[in-house]
Ligand binder design. Sequence first.
Ligand code: PLP
Length: 400
Amino acid sequence: MPMSPVSETTHPLKLAERMSRLGTETAFEVLVKARALEAKGKSVIHLEIGEPDFDTPANIVDSAVDALRKGWTHYGPAAGLPQLREAIAEDVSRSRGVPVSPEEVVVVPGGKPVMFFVILALAQAGDEVIYPNPGFPIYESMINFSGAKAVPLRLREEMDFRFDVKELASLITDRTRLIILNSPHNPTGGVLTGQDIQEIAQVIGNRDVMILSDEIYSRLIFDGKHHSIAAVPGFKDRTIILDGFSKTYAMTGWRMGFGVMRTDLVPQVSRLVTNATSCTASFTQVAGVEALRGDQASVEKMRLEFLRRRDMFVKGLNQVKGFSCRVPAGAFYTFPNIEKTGWPSKKLADALLDDAGVAALSGTAFGVSGEGYLRFSIASSYENLEQALERIGNWAEKNL
Ligand SMILES: Cc1ncc(COP(=O)(O)O)c(C=O)c1O
């Protein structure tokens, strides 16, 4: 008989209380379930995970291999290698239209650690943090973990998944410490307009409130342009821009991202880096310079392919009985409304995986306001997406 991996013990595991406040990301759980079904011989189309299905561009891979051979295999500074901080500062200054210096940049292993470190550094019990709902699940998880109160800001389907700025105004109190913005948005694909950003800035006014602006999909916009609140006069010092290499350059597994923040916050976040990871892997950072300064043709090529898939997939979803899907203006997700199927989101996502072999996420994986929706990632080939539509359509005809 195979040995159980969990050893029997008479000593119960006593976890710290804070662990009960930490959430997770369901995408990885659905992936595990889908893989288990595949191991039993079932065919599954994976539309659950949010990572580009493309390989990292060759010039970036070559640069990392070269860096390894040249000995970039040691610890580096906690805030990142100076040459990468400089390349990021240059890139962000250009793309956001606001001057950024290398001293305002902290490089970390992925975009997620920016959330982790910044929320831990700024929020605590007694504070309130406003965050988009539905939204990336780690926001709510980390706010709860910090001890602060999580205050959801509802995204509105009828506004193409932007939010009503008046609603934001009604949620701001004297206790509001941090406001999280995410544009382009996961899971809905919503993009804040230039006017939205101006109105948000007006509503925040001169308050001593910080903004965590998650701009990890800023290079993946199909309709409109990217606008960062950091560029609004008077807001740069109160904004932390979160961005990284995962989505733009198909580098999810490399683990490299960065935060852009005021210089007096940099040593605080760096101290958290020192305690957690010491630094980001040095050879990946050398390749990061190549990613930012090298040929950008592959970024545009990936964007155009996502656009082609989006148009086909959204059209197809809108033909499925009970589904209605807005056209996402950015990122690589579709977020159809499935209320007319009469099924709750989680049950429908489970049935599509078990019966139709299509892995998607329940909208509720992104918060309570995700009920009534499913998220399908379009980071899968055009052919896979076509086949997924066929499977979903057939399933709906039979079961709805
Ligand atoms: C909105 C958003 N922010 C941040 C991240 C994290 O990116 P990374 O993989 O670089 O940690 C993701 C990843 O899915 C995301 O969707």
